[in-house]
Design a protein around this ligand. Structure first.
Ligand code: UDP
Ligand code: MG
Length: 323
């Protein structure tokens, strides 16, 4: 039987690139023709005409399926929706801007055929991205890897192929804070990578401004590590240690010499220092409490709206929500 490949493409205001993307992906499907395909485009509440364009393509091509969100829920949610709806034997995640070249999928398919369950794309170079983005991404992946309890591959985004058995596990994971690349690492099975060069965006702007990027980075760390909590314990011990030494010193000076520690500077400095450490620790604790709160609300992760093009009725996929 012909194996089926699902390609999941999250789209948020990608009107400028979508025509090209559909064309490229369709020509990929025609070229690598030993499989059958479904292209699942997830419109993440775009405010431009991405949805209209996608609807048009879904009429034109049988392989194209559209899911549309009731509002912008975010990239990880969009990918999750596509995964939930996929029916293929292998699922490929790729961005709508084709910064990750479709040709790489062919190598991923080869590795999959040779027995791997997850084949992720690792970037050896990122062309056309700002120095800041390159450096911050580099540091982020290294920091994340240090903190995380499961090793998360360096310089690897969501561009990857996953076997059905991995995807079934992913769908069964109920957590609301989605950090898919980490979750897939956690799931395990046979994982490998293919190296590729990341090209610049075709057109349009990055949909990941700094604030979103920081939030995402923090999400990754907080969802995959409790080390920040341990850090606040370490800070607590450190500052108490310093305070204790200072105390010993002032007692010693007062008792055994005829001088004493004078002035209020030292008092203010140590009060501020302690206050700072306490606030940081409470803040870290707060982030984890907020996570418990979000998980406990049990809201769906995303809401699909009825699409004119597809037969899918309005329904809520009770999974999870990000914020
Ligand atoms: N995206 C999305 N929802 C969002 C932000 C981004 O679905 O809220 C999609 C976007 O359309 C693209 C992918 O996620 O297909 C990656 O976004 P982008 O290329 O802007 O990120 P970058 O490559 O700059 O990190
Ligand atoms: Mg991009």
């Amino acid at each position: 039987m012909v194996k089926k490949i699902s390609i999941v493409i999250p789209c948020f205001n990608e009107s400028e690139v979508i025509d090209y993307t559909v064309k490229e992906l369709m020509s990929f499907c025609r070229r690598v023709s030993q499989y059958s395909y479904e292209l699942i485009f997830v419109n993440d509440g775009s405010s431009d005409d991405t949805e209209e364009k996608l609807n048009k393509y879904s009429h034109q091509y049988q392989a194209v399926r559209i899911l549309s969100f009731s509002r912008n829920f975010g990239h990880q949610q969009a990918v999750t929706a596509g995964i939930d709806a996929s029916t293929g034997d292998a699922i490929v995640l790729i961005d709508a801007d084709l910064q990750d070249p479709p040709e790489v999928i062919e190598q991923m398919l080869e590795k999959w055929e040779s027995g791997y369950d997850v084949v992720y794309g690792t970037r050896i170079q990122r062309a056309g991205e700002s120095l800041f983005k390159r450096i911050s991404a580099r540091w982020f992946y290294r920091l994340l890897n240090r903190m995380s309890e499961v090793p998360i591959p360096l310089d690897t985004g969501d561009f990857r192929l996953m076997d059905r058995q991995v995807v079934d596990q992913l769908i069964a994971m109920p957590e609301k804070a989605r950090f898919i690349r980490g979750m897939v690492s956690w799931i395990g099975f046979n994982q490998t990578s293919v190296l590729y060069e990341r090209s610049p965006r075709l057109a349009g702007e990055s949909k990941y401004p700094l604030v979103k990027m920081l939030r995402f980075a923090l999400d990754g760390i907080l969802s995959f590590s409790v080390k920040p909590l341990k850090l606040s314990i370490a800070l607590g011990f450190l500052s108490s240690g310093v305070a204790f030494l200072m105390l010993m010193y002032s007692v010693y000076i007062r008792l055994f010499t005829n001088q004493w520690v004078s002035g209020w500077t030292s008092v203010v400095v140590s009060v501020l220092f302690m206050g700072g450490i306490q606030l940081i620790s409470v803040g870290i604790l707060g982030e984890y409490v907020a996570r418990i709160y979000n998980e406990s609300k049990g809201r769906p992760l995303y809401i699909l709206k009825k699409s004119k093009a597809s037969e899918s009725t309005e329904h809520v996929v009770s999974a999870e929500s990000a914020d």
